[in-house]
Design a protein around this ligand. Structure first.
Ligand SMILES: Cc1cc2nc3c(=O)[nH]c(=O)nc-3n(C[C@H](O)[C@H](O)[C@H](O)COP(=O)(O)O)c2cc1C
Length: 146
């Protein structure tokens, strides 16, 4: 199991329309499904939403993260899904998160502004490493705040 541990990073564009309540309901559904499936599949990670884009890190056995990524790519709630990284890793960065969600709080948004400025606020111009580091730092801040 450990030998096949991999990390996958992608970003995508939001296709959910409607008001804030409709968006929140969709995100709740995505997170509920993710947490159930990922706990079953040995996947951990985090999902960022900001500036109309999602960015996500999935880590776990290669076969299960590839299967999850296949399902995620078929999901019409987002599009232009772009794979940024798929690499073997020695250890997980999100051991406590079946799927963390960051980006919604003012503090996260401020932080994203700081990192995002270097890319012109376009996650497609961030590397897999930059997104991984950003999500790891934001989830660590969540853990400290909790
Ligand atoms: C931005 C985004 C992130 C998602 N992340 C995950 C995930 O980490 N794990 C997962 O199983 N499904 C994830 N999904 C949901 C899948 O696209 C799909 O709806 C789900 O896996 C279907 O599972 P079910 O057949 O058990 O309902 C995500 C969807 C979106 C739009």
């Amino acid at each position: 199991m450990t030998a096949s541990l991999h990390r996958l990073v992608y970003y995508s564009r939001n296709h959910i329309s409607g008001d804030a309540a409709a968006f929140a309901a969709h995100v709740d559904d995505i997170l509920a499904r993710s947490r159930t499936n990922n706990a079953r599949d040995g996947i951990t990670g985090a999902l960022l939403f900001n500036a109309g884009c999602f960015a996500q890190v999935l880590e776990g056995p290669l076969a299960t993260i590839e299967a999850a990524f296949e399902r995620i790519q078929q999901d019409e709630r987002h599009g232009e899904v772009a794979l940024l990284a798929l690499d073997p890793i020695a250890a997980r960065s999100f051991p406590n998160w079946a799927m963390g969600f960051v980006g919604a709080s003012d503090r996260d948004a401020d932080r994203f502004q700081t990192v995002g400025a270097s890319s012109g606020f376009d996650p497609s111009r961030l590397s897999g490493d930059e997104i991984h580091t950003l999500l790891r730092d934001l989830t660590i801040e969540e853990e400290v705040a909790a």
